[in-house]
Design a protein around this ligand. Sequence first.
Ligand code: PEP
Ligand code: MN
Length: 397
Amino acid sequence: MSATLVSNDGWFPASWRTRPVRQMPPYADEFVVRSVEARLSGAAPVVSSEDCGRLRDRMAGLAGGSGFLLQGGDCAESFDDPVAEQVAGITGLFDAMAEVLSPAIGGPLIEVARIAGQFAKPRSASTEEHDGVVLPAYRGDIVNGITFDATARRADPGRMIRAHMQSVGTAASLAAMRDAASPIYTSHEALLLPYEEALTRRDPSGRWWATSGHMLWLGDRTRQVDGAHVEHLRGIENVVGVKCGPDLGGDELVRLVDRLDPRNRPGKLVMIGRFGARQIADALPPLLRALQREGRSVVWTIDPMHGNTSISGKRKVRRLPDILAEIDAFFAITRAECIHGAGIHLEMSALDVTECIGGRGPASIDELEKNWLTACDPRLNARQAVDLAAHVAELLA
Ligand code: PEP
Ligand code: MN
């Protein structure tokens, strides 16, 4: 790496490699990984750095206390997704949710989908067992196949090329659905760092941008302050989300935020709480206060999905009443602390899936099988998502 490519306090696109890294796929052949990285380094950006900059400017308004962020989409995209239908579906769902939210939010609505790059999944266990057979866990289509057989589950670096191609097509289709005044931006978890590094590009002024998506977020499993994922994300100019789970303490969050954005730029960081309905009352206030004490200008949002997940047999179970309870608590707590509750982060589908229990969805665990389509976590169906948006609108009005 030549010295001219080093910037930002020793950061460069490959500097994450000097840090301990979690959740990396066990690729068998490093040589193949290197050749894929080389190809991706010369490949087209998925999004432009100019648009990433526009999103950051708009996000600064949220940090200033007005407007709302609606972020949502699949837990995991799939290579089997019919892209045109997927994009039309998510755009229609954002339209329907925006219609109920907009009158209530008193400011601009920023729309960010989990799309065009949401292919890599962190896993709690690195293996999965069925009927006595143990295989590597599914880590998202960018890494391996979901089918439970040894060939599909092998980590294949070539999948990064396919994920990139699909993302380019998806982002282009999404951009074509809206006019340039009101885009839906793209986002994904910045998990697979070889992919992210290859798509990190320098603008003419010498600043580095992730061109894999407009907004990238740091997962709850990879937010170690000295770890590789934090190292990578601290060097890019994009809006960066930070998933904040119940184990995160105030001091640790301050260190994390110092590392990710030492310059305290408004709109640069979006905190995404994901505590669970039963834990938010204890977990959130110390985090809000710690950042406020430090004079930190961050955006606070809530992901009411990931902290409200239980397991029944092999199925993940999420219930709408828990999801709504965490949302209610988030807006009550932020209001009490005089902090702008600036948005929601959802796993949702435009399809009539039966993945979350409650409301205009399945009434019980038995009904989950009817139309369970997700490649990973359960999503709200379109009616549940629109009803949730109406509920949020009532809270904000
Ligand atoms: C996700 O958003 O799909 C996810 C894995 O979230 P978290 O890191 O909050 O568990
Ligand atoms: Mn998920």
